[in-house]
Design a protein around this ligand. Structure first.
Ligand code: NAD
Length: 255
């Protein structure tokens, strides 16, 4: 029970395939109490059914991360219920479909702003919303992808957003170190989720990853979940500002 008595927020469960759900399963298995936040009422209903089907007790809240008043309201509610927040997982991203195909050079200003706002800035704004309740230190995790470091054709604006997300992780780790709050990213290999299906040729990416990864298999949400457990628990107490690859070694290869 690595997280017995620990309480925290996971942002980004949409369904049982979500990476955030893999993280929720690992953290609750080790005794954590969770609040899950969902973008809309529709997603919340699905997540309620998922939580019920697994006989879990997580509280579920609506929070569109681009809506400051909704964010404040949901974090204050969670903070009052919990008394203290020990960890936060940011597992959300969004870009327009037309910006995840073709050439990066064609990205519109609106498409660029939207991808950066939802996928990058929300790490900072969600951290700020959680901060008043993180009174005893803690751990914050964001989800990234190899497209932050290398050109992955089709990933385009999201690669730029993930590069900025990884830089945000380092700046937040610097800022919050004095409060004993650690901030890290997990760079996951391709996983077949709702968000991933928005990327052009995603199934080809998935097949190629399986064939090329040194460990010869694709990443699972459970593998990501257990790395999040390590970073969230005392086991990761010396680690901050890092990007940890959980991709069965895929990042080791040249394109
Ligand atoms: P997913 O579709 O299951 O989760 C994405 C979540 O983002 C959904 O719950 C959606 O409701 C939420 N979201 C989008 N806009 C939001 C907003 N404005 N406010 C609140 N929530 C919002 O897909 P996923 O693949 O599990 O994505 C989770 C994270 O993992 C993302 O950051 C993604 O970029 C990252 N990631 C995914 C892969 C992959 O191959 N699937 C690989 C590496 C990293």
């Amino acid at each position: 029970m690595l997280l017995e008595g620990k309480k925290g927020v996971i942002v980004g469960v949409a369904n049982k395939r979500s990476i955030a759900w893999g993280i929720a399963k690992s953290l609750s298995r080790e005794g954590a109490t969770l609040a899950l936040t969902c973008q809309t009422e529709k997603v919340k209903k699905k997540v309620e059914a998922l939580v019920e089907s697994e006989n879990l007790q997580h509280s579920i809240h609506i929070c569109d991360a681009t809506n400051p008043s909704q964010m404040k309201e949901s974090f204050n509610k969670i903070g009052e219920d919990f008394g203290n927040i020990d960890f936060l997982t940011h597992s959300i991203a969004f870009a327009q479909k037309e910006d995840l195909d073709g050439s990066f050079v064609d990205t519109s200003e609106d498409g660029f702003d939207l991808a950066m706002k939802v996928s990058t800035y929300t790490l900072t704004s969600l951290t700020r919303a959680a901060l008043p309740w993180m009174k005893n230190g803690g751990s914050i995790i964001a989800l990234s992808y190899l497209g932050a470091e290398k050109v992955i054709p089709g990933y385009n604006v999201m690669g730029v957003a993930k590069a900025a997300l990884e830089a945000s992780v380092r700046y937040l780790a610097f800022d919050l170190g004095k409060k004993n709050i650690r901030v890290n990213a997990i760079s996951a290999g391709p996983v077949n989720t709702l968000a991933a299906r928005g990327i052009a040729h995603f199934t080809d990416m998935l097949k190629a990853a399986q064939n090329r990864a040194p460990l010869g298999r694709n990443t699972t949400i459970e593998e990501v979940g257990d790395t999040a457990l390590y970073l969230t628990s005392e086991l990761g107490r010396g680690v901050t500002g890092e990007v940890i690859h959980v991709d069965n070694g895929l990042h080791l290869l040249a394109q």
